[in-house]
Ligand binder design. Sequence first.
Ligand SMILES: Nc1ncnc2c1ncn2[C@@H]1O[C@H](COP(=O)(O)OP(=O)(O)OP(=O)(O)O)[C@@H](O)[C@H]1O
Length: 253
Amino acid sequence: MDNKSLISVQQLNVHIGNQHILKDINIDIPDKKVTSIIGPSGCGKTTLLKTFNRLLDNSADVKITGKVLVDGENIYDPDVEVTHIRQKMGLLSQRPYPLPMSIYDNVAYGPRIHGIRKKHDLDELVEKQLKATGLWEEVKDRLHASATRLSIGQQQRLCLARGLAVGPEIILGDESTSALDPVSTHIIEDLFVQLKEKYTIVLVTHILRQAARISDHIIFVYMGKIIEAGPTNEILQNPKEELTKQYVKGFIT
Ligand SMILES: Nc1ncnc2c1ncn2[C@@H]1O[C@H](COP(=O)(O)OP(=O)(O)OP(=O)(O)O)[C@@H](O)[C@H]1O
């Protein structure tokens, strides 16, 4: 891969109970690009995404071996603090989960925890992140209204703004448009494409057309293994592996 990689996964294996979920994963995720993880249901896409911010290893029956290097640091090193890792990543889930507080307080929540207290600084930060997610014009006159009054699409953009407010390097999205209508889906997709200027974006999607629209790179996972990875055009239009060909043609669902 000619791009600099920000995340490098080396010899990663994940067992949950007696199931071998991810098998010998080796992959580099390029910096400041959109990478989509695709594959049929249950193949391990979400599990792979969760290994990037250590969301899996708080359960006793999960065993993880191998390395995930972020900025060259192995996040599974016993000396690494999980909060330090998570600060580098914003996670956007399938459904938006705004905190039960105002629009303003949702975005200010993380910065406040990190010690930013001055109203002027918080005001600036909230405005910046609401602009970055295209919400500012829609909410600037009701910043202190409850976030739960927003539409689902707006709530998802608010959750993205909340994540961006703590200054991550990486945005992880797990089927983050699956609960949204087509217009909101389009807005979020456009945002991902804009945000890759500043962030490295890794998305799980089962929608091939979405992967084609917005990703620079694609990783195809099947039964816990990476079958093929590379630039979007290569994977979707000229795959090398037979399994990838079948998946792209819709023969494997
Ligand atoms: N906490 C868990 N306990 C037991 N099994 C799990 C757990 N998490 C995931 N698995 C299993 O790991 C496999 C991969 O799941 P994962 O959610 O990563 O797949 P996926 O490709 O994201 O699927 P989908 O597209 O349906 O969301 C599945 O067989 C799932 O049942």
